[in-house]
Design a binder for this molecule. Structure first.
Ligand code: NAD
Ligand code: LMR
Length: 331
């Protein structure tokens, strides 16, 4: 090996033995997230009961002989798993079952993210970046950031790229356009049924999407279909989304690290800076552009009355989640 090759990027994946973890690890090791020239070291964090299954995944990763995979290890101790981490994919959490709402998960999963926030604070790399996938993802990101006082809160984001991709796919199906023709769609708010998938600024092959679909379809079919897609997958598949969630997590981090294409944006839940009237600090989804490893909330978009009401409703849910975890002493 070239002695001057850059050090591998350390990627910590929590919940590594779970269904999303299994769909994620091989693609990260193949270069799908950080690019075809970037070597990666994978730190897999699991609870003791699932550590052996994670060791089994290491055997399979070895058998793939990925040229970019520079090292891999299973950890049960979060402090060791996050030591030197450049990137964290915070997946490990209990998934929602049939009939459960995300609020039911606040207590069960909030405790995981406080401990992991402390471990990140103890030893993550200076350029640390995290995406929270485990639900309730936005509020878990808030909890993790609150327990990592020395790491800028802006490095803790939550995934709404799955919602973004779902929205793109629904708009493509409705208009008969390829998904690649769709730009500037946005997800606002919480990764929950209150989210607002917004096509106000979206274009389809350069034409405003709102000229191609009617308001009735947007309000009565598109928004609820996208916002409740997680529950639809659970009902039909008998388990929560896995490969599509892993794909979205890779896209979230790939775009954050490698940049959004000119003329388009992505959706990321990030700590609000007060933009668009979203109270500062809560982790809410916005349209963002990324460049040089940083993200910027897309500024100065016109917000219609219809959009305003939906953004406000989802933000109200996030504020209620924040208050609930504050009562539990997690924030
Ligand atoms: P899973 O049950 O298959 O896997 C979860 C894994 O996390 C398990 O292996 C478990 O042992 C592990 N785990 C639990 N506590 C842990 C801890 N403290 N440290 C490390 N690992 C721990 O679940 P899954 O289907 O992979 O889903 C994971 C999470 O992702 C769930 O919360 C689910 O609701 C969420 N999810 C989010 C989105 C999104 O769009 N944001 C989409 C799909 C799923
Ligand atoms: C999803 O959107 O598929 C996940 O967040 C799973 C869920 O509980 O909805």
């Amino acid at each position: 090996m070239n002695a001057q090759a850059p050090a591998p990027v350390t990627v910590t994946v929590t919940g590594a033995a779970g269904q999303i973890g299994y769909a994620l690890l091989f693609r990260i090791a193949s270069g799908a997230m950080l690019g075809p020239d970037v070597r990666v070291k994978l730190n897999l964090l699991e609870i003791p009961q699932a550590a052996q299954a994670a060791e089994g995944t290491l055997l399979e990763l070895q058998d793939c002989a990925f040229p970019l995979l520079a090292g891999m290890e299973v950890f049960e101790d979060p402090v060791k798993a996050f030591d030197g981490a450049n990137i964290a994919m915070l997946v490990g959490a209990r998934p929602r079952g049939p009939g459960m709402e995300r609020a039911d998960l606040l207590k069960a999963n909030g405790g995981i993210f406080s401990v992991q926030g402390q471990a990140i604070n103890a030893g993550a790399a200076a350029d640390f970046k995290a995406v929270v996938v485990g639900n309730p993802a936005n509020t878990n990101a808030l909890i993790a950031a609150a327990h990592a006082r020395d790491v800028p809160a802006s490095r803790f984001t939550a995934m709404t790229r799955l919602d973004h991709d779902r929205a793109v796919a629904q708009l493509a199906a409705k208009t008969g356009a390829p998904v690649s023709a769709i730009s500037n769609l946005a997800i606002w708010g919480n990764h929950s049924a209150s989210q607002y998938p917004d096509i106000t600024h979206a274009t389809v092959s350069g034409q405003p999407a709102t000229e191609l679909v009617d308001q009735g379809w947007i309000a009565d079919e598109f928004i609820p279909r996208v916002a409740k897609r997680g529950a639809e997958i659970i009902a039909v598949r008998g388990g929560s989304s896995a490969a599509s969630a892993a794909n979205a997590a890779i896209e979230h981090m790939r775009l954050w690290v490698q940049g959004t294409p000119a003329g388009d944006w992505t959706s990321m839940a990030v700590p609000s800076d007060g933009s668009y009237g979203v109270p500062a600090g809560i982790v809410s989804s916005f349209p963002v552009t990324t460049s040089g490893g940083d993200y910027t909330i897309v500024p100065d978009l016109a917000i219609s009355e219809f959009s305003r009401a939906r953004i406000d409703a989802s933000v109200a849910e996030l504020l209620a989640e924040r208050d609930a975890v504050a009562e539990l002493g997690l924030f």
